[in-house]
Design a protein around this ligand. Structure first.
Ligand SMILES: Nc1ncnc2c1ncn2[C@@H]1O[C@H](COP(=O)(O)OP(=O)(O)O)[C@@H](O)[C@H]1O
Ligand SMILES: [Mg+2]
Length: 288
């Protein structure tokens, strides 16, 4: 297995925090895999993202214990800039991500490449390609501050993808988006996965996670409650204890099971429902 991120017994406490915010977390992420981090508000998802991208401990102080290893090197041995080239991070709040120094979406998306000193013609080519990919060409001359939340979310994603990092850490990228915008972001993420990128996504939309993510990490009060393949985690009987939504079809199937219908397996995608039901377990219908 080609490990790209490894956490060993990682605990973290913010400077002003009374309690540990991340508690004894261990996991491994294989290169090219799509891992979703899920959990209730305040369970530590954003904090974990900040540890993965080295913002903790390079920027936020506090106590960090255990080992965080990215591409076979401990995170403390990297410069923050080096990590920034390797790991693209899309903020939970798209309003933070906009640089505030550029007047058009085009320049905003070009900003990171400019800072790296990439040659002008290459910048133009790469930015055009990404605007097209993310379907925001129509916004190219708009002022970033004039955009809606959903548009900013897409611009934020574009300004990271254009940098071509190996690892993408994306924190709730669809919170401002309608279902079509959301589907579109997942399509982009899938394209990135097809290009061999390692994806770490924080997201609440379980139907889409069930469709796209390879693996799941469930956080609960700073600890890993469950982790494994997406299918195994949703099928785990303990999943129901954490008050996290199931994929819609899983919820339907588990309700049927509660009412005496046997399942051959726990479905996580809509199309699996008919074949997952053991039809023999359903008695003959009687009508009153
Ligand atoms: N900058 C900070 N300083 C102190 N505590 C923080 C800070 N950011 C988050 N926390 C606390 O850490 C815990 C995890 O927060 P967070 O990682 O933002 O959760 P999530 O992203 O799952 O909603 C929460 O209890 C939150 O109050
Ligand atoms: Mg968060």
């Amino acid at each position: 297995m080609n490990k790209i991120i490894e956490m060993k017994n990682v605990s973290y406490r913010y400077p002003v925090s009374d309690d540990w915010n991340i508690k004894n977390v261990s996991f491994t992420i294989e290169k090219g895999k799509f891992t979703a981090i899920i959990g209730n508000n305040g369970s530590g998802k954003t904090t974990l993202c900040n540890i993965i991208r080295g913002f903790i401990p390079h920027f936020y102080k506090g106590n960090l214990e255990g080992d965080v290893i990215v591409d076979n090197k401990r995170i403390v041995e990297y410069q923050l800039g080096q990590l920034g080239e390797k790991i693209g991070y899309v903020f939970q709040n798209p309003f933070i991500q906009v640089s505030g120094v550029k007047d058009t979406v085009f320049d905003e998306v070009a900003y990171g490449l400019e800072n790296l000193g990439v040659e002008v013609n290459e910048i133009i080519e790469r930015v055009n390609e990404i605007l097209k990919l993310i379907k925001i060409e129509h916004l190219r001359e708009k002022h970033p501050m004039e955009l809606s939340g959903g548009q900013r979310q897409r611009v934020a994603l574009a300004s990271i993808i254009v940098m071509n990092p190996d690892i993408l850490v994306i924190d709730e990228p669809t919170s401002q988006l309608d279902p079509i915008g959301t589907e579109h972001v997942f399509n982009i993420i899938r394209l990135m996965k097809d290009k061999g990128k390692t994806i770490i996504l924080v997201e609440h939309k379980m139907d889409l996670i069930a469709e796209y993510a390879d693996n799941l990490i469930v956080l609960h009060e700073g600890e890993i409650a469950l982790q494994g393949s997406t299918r195994a985690v949703f099928a785990d009987s303990r999943f129901g204890e954490y008050n996290i939504q199931y994929p819609h079809v899983t919820e339907v199937a588990l309700n049927l099971k509660k009412n005496g219908v046997a399942l051959k397996y726990v479905p996580i995608r809509n199309e699996e429902l008919p074949e997952s039901i053991s039809w023999a377990s359903i008695g003959e219908c009687t009508y009153d």
